[in-house]
Design a protein around this ligand. Sequence first.
Ligand code: CUK
Ligand code: CUA
Length: 675
Amino acid sequence: MKRSTGASRRRSGPGVWAIIGLAVLATGLGWAAGCGSAPEIVSKVASGDTDAVIAARGLTPDDVYAAVKTFVPTGQKDDYVMFSSGGHSGQVFVIGVPSMRLLKVIGVYTPEPWQGWGYSDETRAVLAGGNVRGKEINWADTHHPALSETGGEYDGEWLFINDKAQARVAVIDLRDFETKQILNNPITTSDHGGTFVTPDTEWVIEGGQYAAPLGTAYASIDKYAEEYRGMVTFWKFDRQAGRIDPDRSFAMELPPYWQDLCDAGKLVSDGWVFCNSFNTEMATGGIEEDNPPFEAGASQRDMDYLHVIDLKKAEELVAAGETVTVEGMKMLPLDVSAANGVLHFVPEPKSPHGVDLTPNGEYLVISGKLDPHVTVFSFEKIRQAIADGAFSGTDDYGVNIVDFDAALEKQIELGLGPLHTQFDDKGYAYTSLFLDTAVARWSLGGKSAGSHGDPDWTLIEKIPVHYNVGHIVAAEGDTVSPDGGYLVALNKWSIDRFLTVGPLHPQNFQLIDIAGTGESMKLLYDMPIGVGEPHYVQMIKADKLKAWEIYPEIGWNPLTQSKDEHAVMIGEEKVERRGNTVEVWMTAVRSHFTPERVNVRKGDNVIWHITNIESAKDATHGFALPGYNYNLSLEPGESTTIEFEADLGGVFTYYCSEFCSALHLEMVGYFLVAP
Ligand code: CUK
Ligand code: CUA
C-alpha cells in the first residue's frame, strides 16, 4: 500500500492506514457473497484503491484520521450515548458517539406518532400533566437534560428535562426510553436552571428564569420590585415509584432577578446548590416609554449575583413548617431564607450564564457572556466567608452578599463570550466561547490540578467550531469522574457548512477529539441536526444503560411498569356489550388482530383493551384507528386500553401500522359503526 508522507507523519503513525485497510477488508468480507471473493478485496486494498478513493475525494490525512476515528462498522456499537435536548420539538434525541448516528427520538412534551406518544389514552394523560391551568400546550422549549446520578456518577436509570417556555419538568424511564411524568410548575411561568440533579438524585432542581408575580397572580410592572419574584424549585424524586412527588417538593422564593443556570454541589460541596442570575438591575423594559431596552437595562451593572443555597438547611426549615403555600406548592419565603442563612449571594461578572462545578466539587466556574474571563470561585472560601461573616453588604431583600475577593480563586482569560464549561479526566476544563466561535481548553489548578502537567489555571489552546457554539458536552463531563476522549460542541446554525435547505439552517453538532494532552484537540465530525434548538446534552458510557429489549412480561403496562390488570391473554379475546358500552378484549400477534370485527352502534362508549402477546424482539405492532386519532405502538408484551365514544358513523379499518411481517398488510380488522 502506498503511503502519503502526511499520513506517515501522523501522531498515530501507520496505524491509520492499517486500520483503513482492515476496515475495508472487514466490510469486504461481510459482502463477500455478493461483491466478489475475499482475495479480490484484499488485492483491491493492496493495489491502492483506498488511496485512489482518498485522492478522488480530496481527503487530507486529517480527514482520513477523523473518518477512521468515527467510523463504526455495521454491527458494531458506539462507546457513548448522548441524550440531547430536542429544543422546540419538545423531544429528546438519543445519539451514538463516535458515530454520531441518531438512535432514537423520545417523545416528551409533544406528540410523536411513530411511538404512539400522544395517540393513546395513557400517553395523552401523561402529556396532560403538562397542561398549563388546564390548557393544552403542544410545544416546548427544552433546554437541559439531566441523567440520574448515584454518588455523582450517571447511573443510566432516569432522565429529566425541563421546558423553559412553560416551566415544566419531565421524567423519562431509561428501561424503555419512555416519558412517565410531566409536571407544570404552579408558581412560575418560565424556568431555565433545570433540570439538574443532586448527586444521588434525591432532588431535581428547576431554577426560574423571568421573574413574574408568583402563581397566577397579576401585578402591574410598576410594582416589579415589590410583587415580582424569582424562584428555584426542588422536586423530590422517588426512585422507587419512578416519579417526582409534588407533595414532598418545595420551592424557594427568590428576588426578582432573572435566575439562569444552576448546578448541584458534589463531594465537598454536596448539600449546596448554586444558581446564577442576571438582571439584578431589575430592568423592566419599556423602550416604548423611553426606558432602556432590556438588553441594555439588564446589563448595566458589572456584577450580578451567584445564588449560594444551603439545601440541607432549606430542607430543615421546610420540615419545621416554615413554608407558605402558593398554588398548592410549599414555598420557603425569601425573608426566612435570608434570615436563616439558607441563601447568600456572591457577586459574579458580567452578564453571567454558565455555572459549572469542577469534578471534585471544590470550584465553581462562572462564565460572564460579556467578560473574556471565566471566574473561578472556591467553595471552601465561600463557606469560610459565610462562617466569618465576610460580607460586602446586603441586597434590597436582606440577602447577605459575600465579598467577591474573599470567594475568588482565579480569573482566567479565555476569549469572547464564554458560556459553558465541561471537564475531562486529565484536569482540563473546556469552555465554549460563543463570540469567538471556539472551544477553549484550559488547565485546572489548585485542588483540581490533574495529570496534564500544565501550569495551574492556564489557557492551553482553542479550537474553532462552526458556527456559534452554545453548550458543549464531554464524555460524562459534568460528573465526579469525567471520562475525557470526546467532546461535542453544540453549534447554533451552520452557515456555509451543509447543502442549503432554505433560510432556516440546521444546527450543527461537532465531535472533537480531546483524548490527547496539550495542543491536540481535533475536529472529527459534523452532524447537522434538522430539529432545533438543542441546548444541552449529556454523554454517558453506553454500557451503563440497561434498557429492555422487550417488556418483561406479556401484558405489560409501560406506565405502571407492571402487568396490566386488563391484559388480554391468548384465548381471552372477546367483544361484550353492556347497555351502551362495548368492551373489546383484543390480542395482536403476527399477523392478525383477534377479533377481526368489532360491531358497535354510533354513540356507543367503546372500551378497547389490546395486548401484543409476542415475546420476540422484532414484533412491535401498530394499532391505527383512522378517524378516531388513535395510533398505538405496541411493543412486544405491551398492553393498553383506549376508551372513546363511537361518534363517527361508518366503516373503518383498524390496521397494524408497523411493517411487522410478510402478511403485515393483512393485519387488519373492521370497526363497523352502525347508525
Ligand atoms: S442555555 Cu442555551 S446555550 Cu438554556 Cu444552558 Cu446556554
Ligand atoms: Cu403487525 Cu404489521
